[in-house]
Design a protein around this ligand. Structure first.
Ligand code: AMP
Length: 605
């Protein structure tokens, strides 16, 4: 067995780690960064960019830059979350053949597991470059509150990426593993995980290497992106009031707003005030318009107060479900980039009445935990297939109830939420009408007593039931949830012995055959990756210079000759196009030209 890597497949950033000589290590990418943007872009002609390079050209190529797909993976097209994304994401989202979500970019169509696979492949490449050997196996993390469809989608992404995903583990649980690894602890810990797209809270008991999740809850549509959206709304509204122009209509302007909003938010974690300057954001009859606004930390806190509040109400529910009070919690651990916001830290401290644990890196701790679990699994496999290795045992739970729809539109739970996994349970159901020959089983996951309010994982027919009075035949339905949190269901007519089972494949939006086809297609991509780093470096350099041009133009806006401003604008446009197309020759040409232009602008023409 080779090295097993741990991958935190994040909404906004992803991170990869490995255990070497018993020590977990986060692996930096070629740019030296320990996290890589979960962004995939397609250039004209279909060439693919992943990570930093894809993120960088988001502004100039918004329609073909796919991001935040973790918010949509495994969801049905008609879900409210997808409707929200349709209204705000600049790239094209459409309905797939299984009511799933697909995206279109660079003239091609993709399922979301395929996009996830591209990010996973990139993380694998980062690991392989560091380790100097091929990597085949990984542990991948998901938010604790991901349902079956979302987990299936993530697992499919792993398969398409050519990785053997040994285990899917929950992000807060991974964080707890990273925190408790190698320490002799006997504690109850709360993991507060606010990432780019999702919020999770888990309560665990750690004792002598056993990590047992007691309760978990979350919101898979609450994260740093929502904080950014609040700033975007504020900027767009202010601009409309001041200039009468709706920036939301212009996809490129919207992408620049998004970029600036996230930057401002991050700056406000260390500064009390920040300036947002977006030169040439729009055109009017009078000429180009610039957005200049200052944003204070206080204003940001006002704009996002309800989001922070929502996380606390979920914390309250989780503690209740665990039968614990705040006083029972020995440590609070913050995970996810958004917990760097001082206001978040303050409210969490106030809520739990203790300072959150410092010293765990919120962006890296999840990948580290995944690597530790991967290492434990590989050590266990070496030691005869036992799951217990290095005195580490992980007991996780299912985040939502699982059951079936029953007569009258009710939801009958077969497995309660917070049940330790793997688990299985059976329930006997009967017919609702005389001589009913078949039963349709709707498998649902969720917390509502009304069937319609829960997520439909799949449905199947049990046929050939013996003719009998209603209530007489007995159908036994058995649910299995494996260690990845993935569900399979079977049903048996106890009378005839007839059995039927479903693996809930349709929920991820892909059938087995489709996944296999995508696995084959993604192999070709390995060839494509090679010549990229030279272009990548050249793009970085030119983009840096172009930003300098914009800054200079902005600083000297009024005093410059019109012809020089026009020349600069035209060059900015053409150079960005060269970056967008990854045209190395053109990029070099502009890189050569720009310094002279900057000098001339600096000299006032
Ligand atoms: P994660 O999914 O854990 O990588 O978290 C990413 C989210 O954290 C994104 O929304 C980032 O904008 C946000 N983030 C990263 N650093 C900071 C910071 N210093 N202050 C506030 N938010 C941050």
């Amino acid at each position: 067995m080779g090295k097993v890597i741990g991958i935190d497949l994040g909404t906004t950033y992803s991170c990869v780690a490995v255990v070497e000589d018993g020590q977990p290590k986060v692996i930096p990418n070629k740019g030296g960064y320990k996290t890589t943007p979960s962004v995939v872009a397609f250039e004209e002609g279909g060439r693919r960019l992943v990570g930093q390079l894809a993120k960088r050209q988001m502004v100039t190529n918004p329609k073909n830059t796919i991001y935040a797909t973790k918010r949509l993976i495994g969801r049905k097209f008609d879900s409210p979350e997808v409707k929200k994304a349709l209204a705000s994401y600049p790239y094209e989202i459409f309905e797939g053949p299984h009511s799933d979500v697909r995206v279109r970019a660079g003239g091609q169509e993709f399922s979301l597991p395929e996009i996830g696979a591209m990010v996973l492949q990139e993380m694998r490449r980062v690991a392989e470059e560091y380790l100097g050997e091929p990597v085949k196996e990984a542990v991948v993390t998901v938010p604790a509150y991901f349902n079956d469809g979302q987990r299936q989608g993530t697992k499919d992404a792993g398969r398409i990426a050519g990785l053997d995903v040994l285990r899917i583990i929950n992000e807060p649980t991974a964080a707890a593993l990273a925190y408790g690894y190698g320490k002799k602890l006997d504690e109850t810990v709360a993991i507060y995980d606010l990432g780019g797209g999702t919020f999770d809270i888990s309560v665990l008991e750690i004792s002598e290497g056993v990590f047992e999740v007691i309760s978990t809850a979350g919101d898979t549509y609450l994260g740093g992106d929502d904080f950014d959206d609040r700033i975007i709304d504020y900027l767009a509204e202010s601009f409309q009031q001041n200039e009468g122009v709706n920036l939301r209509r212009d996809k490129m302007a919207l992408q620049r707003l998004k970029d600036a909003a996230e930057k401002a938010k991050i700056e406000l974690s260390s500064a009390l005030q920040t300036e947002i300057n977006l030169p040439f954001i729009a055109m009017s009859d009078k000429g180009p318009l610039h957005l200049n606004l200052s944003l204070t930390r206080q204003k940001l806190e006002e704009l996002t107060a309800d989001l922070v509040e929502r996380t606390l109400s979920i914390c309250t529910k989780t503690l209740e479900a665990a039968g614990l009070t705040k006083e029972d919690i020995d440590e609070v651990i913050l995970v996810g980039g958004q917990t760097r916001m001082p206001r978040v830290q303050e409210v969490v401290q106030k809520f739990f009445n203790r300072p959150p644990r410092k010293g765990v890196h919120p962006d890296e701790v999840v990948a580290v935990g995944a690597a530790i679990q991967g290492h434990a699994l590989s050590a266990a496999a070496g030691a005869g297939g036992e799951e217990r290795a290095e005195d580490l045992l992980l007991l996780d739970v299912t985040p939502m109830g699982l059951g079936i729809a029953t007569f009258g539109g009710f939801f009958t739970r077969v497995i309660e939420r917070n049940t330790t996994i793997p688990t299985h349970a059976s329930h006997i159901f009967t017919t609702a009408a005389d001589n009913q020959a078949s039963v349709k089983i709707h498998v649902l996951q969720g917390e509502s007593d009304r069937a319609a309010d829960n997520e439909l994982l799949g449905e199947f027919m049990l046929t050939g039931i013996r003719p009998a009075k209603r209530g007489e035949p007995e159908v036994e339905v058995t649910f299995d949830i494996d260690s990845d949190g993935i569900v399979s269901v079977s049903a048996k007519d106890l009378d005839t012995g007839q059995e039927q089972s479903i693996t809930v494949t349709a929920s991820s939006g892909l059938t087995d055959q489709e996944v296999q086809w995508m696995v084959d297609a993604s192999k070709n991509y390995e060839v494509e990756l090679k010549s990229r780093s030279e272009v990548e470096k050249a793009c970085n350099r030119l983009e840096g210079l172009l930003l300098q041009v914009e800054r200079e133009l902005h600083a000297r806006d009024k005093g410059l000759e019109k012809s020089l401003v026009q020349e600069a604008q035209s060059l900015l446009k053409k150079a960005r196009q060269a970056i967008e197309f990854g045209d190395l020759q053109e990029i070099k040409k502009y890189t050569h030209q720009v310094p002279d232009l900057i000098k001339r602008i600096g000299a006032g023409g």
